[in-house]
Design a binder for this molecule. Structure first.
Ligand code: HEM
Length: 198
């Protein structure tokens, strides 16, 4: 990306990317420093992070207002693959001991879309993680189902999401709530990573 393009001239997805760049980079570094692909035990901790993040977001993938906006939103949900990955590795599923991150009725749309941006974008970056998981003998049929690309192709599937996101008419306040939602989502993942690899 041209560093001289003012943030406001970017599409919404690119603005979200620019606004969360350093948060994402810090998260990447934190995760890689924790060596989640050193062995299956450490990978299991990474799975725990992913599982709890996606479980918290699951209600959004069934929210009728969001389903109307995002192509194939229910099909994008990766909680089932994560559940199977956990079971593949013999990991117990964490108890449901906290309220979901979102109630399906009350979610503020721009905030929810900011969170979804993070969950969906993470599948684009997951190409790299999927390759690393292969080193542990894991793939789309065992243990790394949630990291697999969509049959349409990761990039194409992502573009369908960002096209829908970019098409929504947001005012400045809504724009900011989307950014705040994405930032909060990255922070939530960071907290989970810190817990998992403490
Ligand atoms: C070590 C861990 C990670 C690495 C190395 C990594 C790496 C990457 C890479 C290389 C991309 C760009 C992919 C492309 O443009 O083709 C990307 C995109 C992205 N990743 Fe990560 N990622 C990691 C973890 C995460 C996590 C845990 C999340 C959030 C849960 C996340 C959220 C995103 C988002 C939202 C994008 C899309 C950015 C955009 O283009 O707007 N990443 N990641």
């Amino acid at each position: 990306m041209n560093a001289h393009v003012p943030v406001l001239d970017l599409s919404r997805a690119k603005r979200l990317k620019a606004s969360t760049r350093s948060t994402h980079e810090q998260l990447d570094s934190r995760i890689m420093a924790a060596e989640p692909f050193r062995d299956r035990e450490r990978y299991g901790r990474f799975l725990w992070v992913q599982y709890l993040f996606h479980r918290g977001l699951a209600p959004l993938y069934a929210n009728p207002r969001l389903v109307a906006l995002v192509p194939d939103l229910p099909g994008r949900r990766r909680l089932d693959q994560l559940t199977r990955d956990m079971l593949d590795l013999g990991q117990p599923l964490p108890a449901v001991d906290s309220a979901p991150l979102f109630s399906d009725k009350a979610a503020d749309l721009p905030t929810a879309l900011g969170w979804l941006y993070v969950a969906e974008g993470s599948n684009l970056g997951a190409a790299f993680l999927f390759k690393a998981a292969a080193g542990l003998g894991l793939d789309e049929t065992f243990g790394a189902r949630h990291l697999a690309g969509h049959p349409d192709g990761r990039a194409r599937h992502w573009r369908q999401f960002t096209d829908a996101l970019d098409a929504l008419p947001f005012d400045d306040a809504q724009e900011q709530r989307a950014i705040d939602g994405a930032t909060a989502a990255f922070r939530r993942v960071r907290e989970l990573v810190d817990d998992a690899f403490a």
